[in-house]
Each structure stands twice: as C-alpha cells, then as structure tokens.
Design a protein around this ligand. Structure first.
Ligand code: KG4
Ligand code: ZN
Length: 381
C-alpha cells in the first residue's frame, strides 16, 4: 500500500488539536491550540468554557493543520477523531465536526480512544526515529491530568489489544499536581510549574507515606485480574497531606501573599512564580514531586516484573516531568528494561497521536459508522 495521509482531530479536554500524519510514522503537521489562558483564572478546566473554546477553534485549527502539511481537504485519505474518554461536551465538538467533514469529503472516519492515542504517540516517534521493533508484551503507563492507567499491550492481527493491569482508584497523578499547585497558588496547569520549582527545593524535607495497593480482583473473567498482580494507584491522600502540612506549618499567610502578588489573570511566568516562593514552599513542592515520582515508578516497575513486560512506554502529560523521566530511565535500565517516552510536544494532548493510532485501524478497515457517538467514559481494550 502507498502512503496514507490521515487527518487527526482531538478535543477531549482543553486542547483543540489537528494534525496530518503519513502512514502512522511521520508527523506532517501538528497544530495544538491550548485553552490554558481561558482556564487559568479558575485553577482547572471549566467544561462549559472548554466546549465553547473548541467550537471557536476547531475550523481554523483544522485549516492550519492542512495548510502546514501543504495538503488540500481532497488529498486526505481518512479522518480520525477522539471518541473518548474525556469531557462529553468537548468530545462532541471534535466528533461532530469530523463526522461532517468525513461525510462531505466521502472519506472514512476512524474513532480513536484517547488513551490509545497517548500510547501511539510513543510508537509514532519511535518509527520516525527508525525504531520499528518493540519487544512484546509492552507495558504502558498512561499518566495525565485525567488518567493514571497501566495497560499491558499485545499485538493482534494488524492492531493491538490492551489489558488493564492497574489504574488510579481516585485522582489522576496530573490532577494531584494541578490541585497542589492550586492550593499553593502556583498557577495552572500545576505539572510544569512544580517540575520547575522542585529543582530549587529539598526533596527530603517532607515525608509523604504511600500505601501499597495490591489486591485480588474478583472478576474471574479477566485472567490479568484474577491473581495478585494488579497494581493500583491512589493520589487523593497526598493532596490531603499537603493541605494538612500547610495548616500545621502556618503557610497560609505566604500563600495569600503569593495570590496578591501573582493574580492568575496576569499569566505569570515560571520565573515570576519562583521569585515569590520561599524555601519552605520549594521544599514542600520538591518533596511532593519526589513522592509522586517514586510511587509512579516503583509501582510501574513492579507491574513490569509481575507481567514479565519486555518493553515499557510512559506517556501522557505527566510523562513530560523531568524527574519522572530521569528515575524511569535509571531504574528501568537496572532491570534491563527498555523504556520509551514521547517528546515533550507529543506528551501532552495533540492530534498527531490520534492520527497515528488510527493507522492500523485504517489498514484493518475498522471505520466508524454514521451514528458513532462521543463516550465520556470509553474504556480501552
Ligand atoms: O495529557 P494531557 O495534556 O491531558 C490529559 O489527557 O489529561 O495532560 C495534562 C496534565 C496536567 O495535569 C498537567 O499538570 C500535567 O499533565 N503535566 C505535568 C507536566 N507537564 C504537564 N505533570 C508533571 N510534570 C510536567 N512537566
Ligand atoms: Zn491526554
């Protein structure tokens, strides 16, 4: 088969994105319109505002993706769109637009799971770097603002199948970064700013205990769940521990002072925030990040051993974290396990990953029909 050009569209959360990818292996264009400035004053994504912004951005973003790729609508072979999981109203904008465009152009539409997209962000870039051979089974940690999931992936015919071997029981890891940043008045999103500030603090200053969550799943249908190999996560406790630390260490006044100096509507830079953080805050942030990274890496590496994984993929917004990358690289190497991350640009939400995940489905002829609908709670299998 010759080259296949897929136009991907992503609108599951607070990024409106479109991209053209050639044959699942080359990013020809990649446009991401981030709504961060809209949500910043609220310290988190406001679903109604997200839908409105997607409506505003979708047409120019798709047009720009085609323009950057030097392609016309007619020269696209298929469309791919995020079906879920995500915010229902936000998903609906991308899906409705993609459906209409596919119909108007008489091209097939491929519905993609956002989490599979994150996994394929890594595969796309590895193929782009001429690394085509991954050993199976692959263990993928998808860690973002909405998800903390471990999937064991296997090849099946042209495509992939996924087994859920662990996930968060409450908050996602990125959500914990965002909530702690909000609590400490550090701005939104929390991950990038905490990543930056943590370099200036003492990660040993505050101890955060994590419990080991391993349990026997009672569903006998799934052989991946019937034994004690599940590894689950939980991140609401650490947020409460930070709240308690702030109270018992009388940090309120300094947090209020920061809010006055840095109103979110001014969109402060990382340097501005660093300038108004005293050592106590920097130590707290560094210790929080250390605890998060230790928990994510130790549980993932444990799961890799339990499932005899041959390759590890770490993807999603939190995979951009510099300490997480460092620790994974060091510790996976000690286990003799190859570990792959997407570039920072493809770690956070984008549409290139959606177009890449659609390629094997295009080859298999797995097209969505006209009544395909957005699914906020779509599962990956
Ligand atoms: O994948 P993504 O763009 O959207 C979701 O699917 O959720 O991930 C966004 C999340 C946010 O919670 C953000 O704080 C986090 O990824 N994030 C980071 C970093 N960059 C983004 N977390 C830790 N360190 C980072 N450098
Ligand atoms: Zn995502």
């Amino acid at each position: 088969m010759g080259d296949v050009y897929i136009l991907g569209i992503e609108s599951s959360c607070d990024e409106t994105a479109a991209a053209v990818v050639r044959s699942g292996e080359e990013v020809v264009s990649n446009v991401v319109y981030s709504q961060i400035a809209t949500h910043q004053p609220y310290g988190g994504v406001v679903p109604e505002l997200a839908s409105r912004e997607h409506l505003r951005a979708i047409v120019p973003v798709v047009r720009k993706a085609l323009e950057d790729a030097g392609r016309t609508y007619d020269s696209i072979d298929a469309l791919a769109v995020t079906q879920g999981p995500g915010l229902a109203g936000a998903l609906l904008v991308g899906l409705s637009y993609a459906k209409a465009l596919a119909y108007a152009l008489s091209r097939p539409l491929i519905a993609v799971n956002h989490l599979e997209g994150h996994i394929h962000a890594v595969l796309l870039e590895e193929r782009q770097n001429a690394n085509r051979e991954l050993d199976f089974p692959v263990l993928a940690l998808v860690v973002s603002g909405g998800h903390t999931h471990l999937f064991l992936a296997e090849r099946k015919a042209n495509g992939w199948v996924y087994h859920d071997v662990g996930h968060t029981r409450d908050d996602a890891a990125g959500e914990a970064f965002d909530k702690v940043a909000k609590l400490l008045e550090l701005g939104y999103p929390g991950g990038p700013i905490i990543d930056c500030l943590a370099k200036h603090g003492d990660p040993e200053a505050v101890k955060f205990p994590f419990s080991q969550i391993k349990h026997r799943d009672r569903n006998p249908q799934n052989r991946y769940n019937t034994d004690e190999r599940r590894v689950d996560f939980s991140y609401s406790g650490i947020k409460t521990a930070v709240v308690r630390y702030v109270e018992t260490h009388h940090m309120r006044a300094s947090i209020d002072g920061r809010r006055r100096k840095l109103p979110p509507t001014n969109h402060p830079s990382q340097e501005d925030v660093l300038a108004v953080c005293e050592p106590q805050t920097l130590d707290l942030v560094a210790s929080f990040q250390r605890a998060m990274v230790n928990d994510l890496t130790s549980k993932t590496l444990l799961a890799a051993q339990e499932h005899s994984a041959a390759t590890l993929l770490v993807t999603g917004g939190v995979a951009a974290n510099s300490q997480l990358r460092e620790v994974f690289e060091r510790e996976a190497a000690q286990q003799g396990l190859p570990v792959y991350f997407p570039s920072r640009k493809l770690s956070t939400d984008n549409a290139a990953m959606i177009a890449a995940a659609a390629y094997p489905r295009f080859l298999a002829g797995e097209f969505a029909d006209g009544d395909v609908s957005a699914e906020a709670g779509l599962k990956l299998r």
